[in-house]
Design a protein around this ligand. Structure first.
Ligand SMILES: NC(=O)c1ccc[n+]([C@@H]2O[C@H](COP(=O)([O-])OP(=O)(O)OC[C@H]3O[C@@H](n4cnc5c(N)ncnc54)[C@H](OP(=O)(O)O)[C@@H]3O)[C@@H](O)[C@H]2O)c1
Length: 362
């Protein structure tokens, strides 16, 4: 048996699925041994299935997966026969995804998902491993509900929140209680590039379906507590948001204003950002950035073009922290939406689940 844990990628042919494939090409703990997608791709080799729609150029399709024959996600028995767990990056209706992910979990295959379908299922952990690793302790309660011994679902949050929620977590002891945030979101967040979506050239679209609700509510679940077998969201901070689609390929930027109950000066706020670290850093998980949050002193940073790949896309860049005349402080944050905000964040969750012994060899 391979030393590495064998993973299936559900939705492996899509934008986020391709990122999973690329990030896992040389992963020290995990290897991709199955890829599943829609019946449109089933039966083709992976290289055939993504021909003409590989979106990560100049990164190549990894050699190890080129000849894997893509299976249909519906063919659960075949996809799960020889894997230890799976990542999910499907693009279907919420109801369909909810049902499919639960079917995989009930087939005793842990599911680490990028999708929003289960983010509010009370016994499903939604995790940013640096911030709320203890939420994984809800898994035994979920297993009880699903009547499984190894299967469960764990999710990562929406891609937008990683550009400001880590700062709020770093400042938790100062009790931030009101946040106004505007996000400027890349087109890859919609699974598209400029060829697929030419009307985004030189354009801004002031609407992303469902995004404002996610940006306002998901941080509260991340800051929540495990009580009586479910995650109870935190009551604050109150967050209000606007989410705009901007002509950027990768990188979600956030401009945020914050009110704190406890006062702090700029040096203290910056020190808290720089010192903030979690279990991924302590255990040096393979995907963990060494420095989770960096503070940039230059007035014109962070910039998408220069800074989105910080720490291989797993770090968060914060800048322009200054006092505000209406709120207390304001800042700008940037994170990579398909790495930290999607596939990379899910891979880091799976690494955490492995060290916590929730994902093991079959
Ligand atoms: N892009 C981002 O930055 C980002 C960030 C966070 C979360 N997300 C979420 O991640 C998920 C995937 O996003 P994406 O941008 O990667 O989408 P995408 O590029 O449209 O990929 C969709 C994947 O789902 C598969 N699929 C679609 N319909 C299916 C069906 N009826 N049965 C089985 N498989 C089906 C596709 O297979 P075929 O190739 O065979 O059609 C493909 O593998 C979405 O829920 C999205 O909201 C995306």
């Amino acid at each position: 048996m391979s030393e590495k844990l064998r993973a299936a990628i559900l939705g492996g042919t899509g934008m986020v699925g391709q990122r999973f494939i690329s990030l896992l090409a040389d992963h020290p703990w995990f290897e991709v041994t199955e890829i599943a997608a829609s019946p449109r791709s089933a039966g083709m080799t992976y290289a055939e299935a993504v021909q003409g729609r590989w979106k990560l150029d100049p990164l190549p399709i990894p050699e190890k997966v080129r000849n894997i024959v893509v299976k249909s996600v519906d063919d659960v028995a075949a996809v799960t026969a020889d894997v230890d767990f799976c990542f999910s990056a499907l693009n279907m209706s919420k109801e369909e995804i909810r049902a499919i992910e639960e079917t995989y979990a009930k087939a005793e295959v842990p599911v680490v998902s990028n999708n929003s379908a289960h983010r509010w299922t009370p016994d499903v952990p939604m995790c940013i491993p640096e911030i709320n690793p203890e939420h994984m302790e809800v898994i035994p309660f979920q297993r009880k509900r699903l009547a499984t011994s190894r299967g469960f679902i764990a999710v990562k949050p929406n891609c937008s929140i990683q550009s400001y929620t880590p700062a709020l977590a770093a400042w938790k002891s100062l009790d931030p209680y009101e946040v106004v945030v505007t996000t400027y979101q890349a087109i890859s967040g919609a699974g598209k590039n400029f060829q697929d979506w030419p009307e985004m050239n030189g354009n801004i679209i002031p609407y992303i379906s469902g995004e404002e609700e996610k940006s306002e509510k998901e941080p509260l679940r991340i800051f929540g507590k495990l009580e009586n077998g479910v995650i109870v969201p935190s009551a604050g901070p109150v967050i209000t948001s606007q989410c705009l689609r901007v002509p950027v390929m990768y990188g979600h930027t956030a401009a945020a204003f914050v009110r704190f109950r406890k006062p702090a000066d700029k040096d203290e706020l910056i020190a808290k950002l720089r010192e903030f670290r979690g279990i991924p850093q302590q255990l040096a998980l393979p995907s963990a950035p060494k420095q989770f949050i960096r503070y940039m002193e230059e007035d014109n940073r962070p910039q998408v073009q220069l800074d989105v790949d910080y720490e291989r896309g797993m770090g968060v860049s914060i800048g322009r922290l200054r006092e505000d005349t209406v709120y207390d402080w304001k800042f700008v944050g940037l994170s990579h939406n398909t790495i930290r905000g999607a596939a990379g964040g899910a891979v880091e969750c799976a690494e955490l689940l492995k060290v916590q012994n929730y994902i093991q060899h079959r």
